[in-house]
Design a protein around this ligand. Structure first.
Ligand SMILES: NC(=O)c1ccc[n+]([C@@H]2O[C@H](COP(=O)([O-])OP(=O)(O)OC[C@H]3O[C@@H](n4cnc5c(N)ncnc54)[C@H](OP(=O)(O)O)[C@@H]3O)[C@@H](O)[C@H]2O)c1
Length: 294
């Protein structure tokens, strides 16, 4: 028989998680601080718990999805709830830091629970679909115990490793890529507006060139992993042409009075690498200029 599951937190994401569990046939109990958000889930077949303790008592697996780990701690760390958590599998799907996940895991294990930490790499509309991606850290045994339920939440659920911090660390790394693209888009829009280029034209040309950028990112990761920083026959572009094109962007932004704070940061990385003699190296050589771990 499928285990009973409780979902603590039914905001946008928590509601999607609870719906996916209901659709997969799990007996699902929900609790939310603002009770009105549980109404649509009750209509969909969920049991609504009157308290966190009641929700924890009702389930073998407790899924938590609130804003941050301090909110999770506020829910679980009362004596009443902490004493009920023994023997449960806690799946923390709230976003957080690697350190936060390790601390939360330590607390759960000290109180007799099994703990998995997951990072959701999807928006709520992807939950319960084949394309829903969730990265999970924790012991292999705990992952295997929760695997079927995790499969109901997304078709792409990956065990990242036993160190509880790994899922959140990879989450932050992937979000760095996402924000690089989104802040890049803000700069593109600002340049187009300043130069009176139709934003529909920008959208069309981005669609045409996005695969080139995807290829450059994949190549940078591969070369950095292999430590292949010197230019070679497979180099797509050395730092030199990137830097001269980048100067055109800086000049244009300066002339049009567009905020340069982000791109000036890029300029600093270029300059440090060039000063150290890497002008003609592969672009991947810049990865050595982002601090200790670079
Ligand atoms: N939405 C996404 O696309 C997405 C994608 C990946 C990961 N996530 C992660 O999923 C988590 C939830 O995101 P969301 O989009 O569902 O946010 P949301 O709609 O704002 O929901 C936040 C939830 O946290 C609860 N909460 C906040 N502080 C609380 C506290 N002190 N005590 C008890 N409950 C508290 C809220 O309760 P009330 O309803 O009472 O305010 C609500 O249930 C976040 O960690 C987010 O980073 C979201």
């Amino acid at each position: 028989m499928k285990p009973a599951i409780s979902v603590l937190g039914t905001g946008r994401m928590g509601s999607a998680l609870a719906r996916a569990l209901l659709q997969a046939g799990y007996r699902t109990t929900v609790w939310n601080r603002s009770a009105e958000k549980t109404g649509p889930l009750a209509t969909a077949g969920a049991t609504v718990a009157a308290s966190v303790r009641e929700a924890v008592d009702a389930a073998e697996i407790v899924v938590v999805n609130v804003t941050d780990y301090s909110a999770t701690a506020a829910l679980l760390h009362s004596d009443d709830v902490a004493s009920a958590i023994r023997g449960k599998l806690v799946l923390e799907l709230t976003s957080g830091t690697p350190h936060g996940a390790r601390e939360a895991g330590r607390w759960a294990v000290e109180h007799g629970a099994t703990y998995l930490d997951g990072a959701i790499m999807a928006t709520p509309d992807f939950i319960g679909t084949d394309h829903g991606t969730i990265l999970v850290s924790g012991t292999r045994q705990a992952f295997d115990a929760g695997k079927e339920m995790l499969g109901a939440l997304g078709g792409n659920v990956q065990h990242i490793g036993e160190d509880l911090g790994l899922a959140n660390a990879l989450d932050s790394a992937l979000l760095a890529l996402m924000w690089g693209a989104l802040f890049g888009a803000l700069h593109s829009v600002a340049v187009c507006r300043a130069e009176k280029i139709d934003l529909d034209e920008l959208a069309r040309q981005w669609t045409a060139s996005a695969s080139v950028v995807d290829g450059l990112v994949a190549d940078l990761i591969k070369r950095t992993n292999a430590g292949r920083f010197a230019s070679d026959d497979e180099t797509l572009s050395s730092i030199s042409p990137h830097y001269s094109s980048f100067q055109h962007l800086l000049e244009l932004m300066q002339a049009r009075e567009i905020d340069r704070s982000v791109v000036d940061g890029y300029d600093g990385i270029f300059r440090r690498a060039i000063a150290a003699g890497h002008l003609h190296d592969d672009f991947a050589a810049l990865s050595q200029f982002l601090g200790k771990a670079g």
